[in-house]
Design a binder for this molecule. Structure first.
Ligand SMILES: CC(=O)N[C@@H](CCC[C@H](N)C(=O)O)C(=O)O
Length: 376
């Protein structure tokens, strides 16, 4: 296929997926699209099955000594798209703002290629639901469906808006942080706005708490370590002249060490007890989904970098670790592998309603991964 025709085909597929972003474990249209695409491939040495709203595609090698895996995440985010693109999301309030439409398009192109050109070793393509939450990797990894085809090594990519198209970047060891979601509910006695002395104001309580949280990274985490406590959402009360009897904050904790994660959680719990005492309320904490760090296997990363350096269609860059989270870390706890960034050059970053990755990066990744997988 000519390069331009190939590029257009990839862009068309990405746009189709971009229009149907779905929440974690609700990716039914996305799953149907994937299954339809796979069903249209030659079936001579291809097998596939579903797992919840995900899909596993196994391609038999001609003389296999191992199985090599590629994972693409499938879910979108609860963001109203503001790109103004003609192929914007058809799902009100949902957007592929983390590049999973790219990750899946690249995975499907690899399935198509290797279903025609039988690989030497077995390949497993994992289309995984719920990366943004509540986390699909951990239960998928434990499933019989996955374990029957468990790979010996595994790869995944994530788009990087800040890197130029054609860039591939990674590092050995820790690439992404440990994460924990954070949901805190405040409940107290509400009242009339004009009688503050008779009530316990949960808007004031939650505001104090958010300010207190800012001291954790500054005062409770070693300056030689790295951590993040971000509150991304706050809500409370019912009306401007009613003292709120409830408030809720939602956020995320990131750390490079488990020790820091435990220390941060202990500190938050201590603050909650103090807040209950001083603001006469009930504070409930829920840590939601927790992801382990993404740790790239040193030997495989070395081999990955050597290959990337010699590959003419991409420019390799050694990168620093990031405080992003990724449940691909669970795969890498059990299976050696590598996660890497793919440059897509967007003025707006991940989780932005204006994220607009350059589709020219699709063919770079497909060409790169096709040759890299063959080299394994
Ligand atoms: C690459 C990326 O943006 N990943 C997400 C993963 C979310 C983890 C979890 N749901 C949380 O919010 O803690 C990220 O926000 O880094």
């Amino acid at each position: 296929m000519m390069e331009q025709e190939f590029q257009e085909r990839l862009a068309a597929r990405r746009r189709a997926l971009h229009q149907i972003p779905e929440a974690g474990f609700k990716e039914t249209k996305t799953q149907a699209y994937i299954l339809e695409t796979v069903a249209a491939c030659p079936q001579d040495f291809l097998h596939y099955k579903t797992w919840k709203t995900g899909a596993l595609i196994f391609i038999e090698g001609s003389n296999p000594a191992k199985t090599v895996g590629y994972r693409a995440d499938m879910d979108g985010l609860p963001i109203s798209e503001e790109t103004g693109l003609p192929f914007s999301s058809h799902h009100e309030g949902m957007m592929h703002a983390c590049g999973h439409d790219f990750h899946m398009t690249i995975g499907l192109a690899l399935v198509e290629y290797f279903s025609v050109h039988q690989p030497l070793h077995n390949l497993l393509f994992v289309f995984q639901p719920a990366e943004e939450g509540p986390g699909g990797a951990e239960p998928l990894l434990a499933s019989d469906e996955f374990r029957a085809w468990k790979p010996d090594e595994m790869y995944a990519l994530h788009i990087a808006p800040e890197l130029p198209v054609g860039t591939i970047a990674t590092k050995p060891g820790i690439l992404f942080a440990n994460t924990s979601e954070l949901f805190i509910d405040f409940k107290g006695k509400g009242g009339h706005a004009a009688y503050p002395h008779t009530a316990e104001d949960m808007v004031v309580t939650a505001s104090h708490f958010v300010t207190q949280l800012q001291t954790i990274v500054a005062r409770n985490v070693s300056p030689l370590d790295s951590a993040v406590v971000t509150i991304g959402k706050i809500e409370g009360g019912t009306k401007q002249n009613i003292i709120a009897e409830q408030a809720r904050i939602e956020g995320t904790i990131r750390s490079l060490s488990i020790d820091s994660m435990n220390r941060i959680k202990a500190r938050i719990e201590g603050m909650a007890r103090g807040t209950e005492e001083s603001f006469k309320c009930k504070v409930s904490i829920d840590y939601g989904a927790n992801y382990c760090q993404v740790y790239n296997n040193e030997d495989l990363t070395e081999a990955f970098i050597q290959f990337a350096d010699s590959f003419e269609g991409a420019a390799f860059r050694l990168c620093d670790k990031a405080m992003t989270g990724e449940d691909f870390g669970y795969f890498l706890e059990e299976i050696p592998g590598v996660m890497f960034w793919l440059g897509v050059d967007s003025d707006y970053g991940l989780h932005s309603s204006k994220l607009d990755p350059d589709e020219n990066a699709l063919s770079v990744a497909v060409n790169y991964l096709t040759e890299f997988i063959k080299s394994r």
